[in-house]
Design a protein around this ligand. Structure first.
Ligand SMILES: Nc1ncnc2c1ncn2[C@@H]1O[C@H](COP(=O)(O)OP(=O)(O)OP(=O)(O)O)[C@@H](O)[C@H]1O
Ligand SMILES: [Mg+2]
Length: 235
C-alpha cells in the first residue's frame, strides 16, 4: 500500500427540493489507501450506492470534495468524468451486465473500443480462471462464472480502482465466496484498490477497512489489522 487514493471530504448529495428534499448522503468523509480492500456497509437506503456512484463518476455531489488519485472528481465536467471513468474505474455490477449475444471473450474485448491500451482479453480471462469458457455465451455460464467474466472485463482497462455494488448479491454463498476471494486477490496481489458495497456484515470481516453508513452518514470507520480469509467466514 502506498498513500491515499480516495478522499471524500464533507460530501453531500441531496435529491429533490423544498419539503421533498432528501439527503441521500449527508456530510460524508473518509479516506481509502491504495491497494486496500474496502467494504461500505449499511442497510437499505443508507446511501451506499450514492457514495459509490459519485466515486465512480456516474453522479455528482451537491457539496463537498471528492479527490481520486490526485484529481478533484467533484469539479469535473461530463467529458472529464467520461475520461475519468474510462481510465481509473473498473465497474462490477450485481447482475453482471454482460451482453447476452456476445461470448465471454467478446464481452471482455469490448473494453478495447472504449479504452486505449486495454489488456489482452485472454490474459484477463485466465486471471479469473475462465480460459476454458472463452467461447461461451452468458446463458451458458453459471452466475459465478458470469460475474468472473464481468471482473475480467473490469480488469481489462487496467483500472487503479475496482468498484462493485453488491457484487456477490445475486450469488449463492459458495459462489459468492469465490468471487469475493478473487476481488481480495486483486487488491492484495495486484495492488488494485477494491471498494465493495454490501449489506452483508460477514463480507466486512474480510475487509481491510469497513465504512459503516446509516441514514446518509458515516457511523463508523473500522480498520481490520487482521482481516479474516474468505474461508474463515460463514454466510
Ligand atoms: N436518483 C434518486 N432520486 C431520488 N432519491 C434517490 C435517488 N437515488 C437514491 N435516492 C434516495 O437516497 C437514499 C439512499 O439511496 P442509496 O441507493 O444510496 O441507498 P443504498 O444504501 O444503496 O440502499 P440499498 O442497499 O437498498 O441499495 C434512499 O432513500 C433513496 O431513496
Ligand atoms: Mg444500493
Amino acid at each position: 500500500m502506498s498513500g491515499t487514493i480516495v478522499a471524500f471530504k464533507d460530501v453531500v448529495r441531496t435529491y429533490g427540493t423544498g419539503d421533498a428534499m432528501q439527503r441521500a448522503v449527508d456530510h460524508v468523509s473518509f479516506t481509502i489507501e491504495e491497494g486496500e480492500f474496502v467494504v461500505i456497509l449499511g442497510q437499505s437506503g443508507a446511501g451506499k450506492s450514492t457514495v459509490l456512484n459519485m466515486l465512480g463518476g456516474m453522479d455528482k455531489p451537491t457539496e463537498g470534495s471528492i479527490m481520486v488519485d490526485g484529481e478533484e472528481v467533484s469539479s469535473m465536467n461530463d467529458r472529464q468524468l467520461s475520461t475519468y471513468r474510462g481510465d481509473k474505474i473498473g465497474f462490477i455490477f450485481q447482475f453482471y451486465n454482460l451482453i447476452p449475444s456476445l461470448t465471454a471473450w467478446e464481452n471482455v474485448a469490448l473494453t478495447r473500443d472504449i479504452v486505449r491500451d486495454a489488456k489482452d482479453p485472454d490474459e484477463m480471462l485466465a486471471l479469473v480462471g475462465l480460459s476454458d469458457h472463452r467461447n461461451k455465451f452468458p446463458t451458458q455460464m453459471s452466475g459465478g462464472e458470469q460475474q468472473r467474466v464481468s471482473i475480467a472485463r473490469a480488469l481489462c482497462k487496467d483500472p487503479r480502482i475496482l468498484i462493485g455494488d453488491e457484487p456477490t448479491g445475486a450469488l449463492d454463498s459458495e459462489t459468492g465466496k469465490l468471487v469475493l476471494k478473487l476481488l481480495i486477490e486483486m487488491s492484495h496481489e495486484k495492488n488494485k484498490t477494491v471498494i465493495v458495497v454490501t449489506h452483508n456484515a460477514d463480507i466486512a470481516k474480510c475487509a481491510d477497512k469497513v465504512i459503516r453508513m446509516k441514514n446518509g452518514k458515516v457511523r463508523e470507520i473500522l480498520t481490520n489489522e487482521k482481516p479474516l480469509s474468505v474461508e474463515e467466514v460463514e454466510w
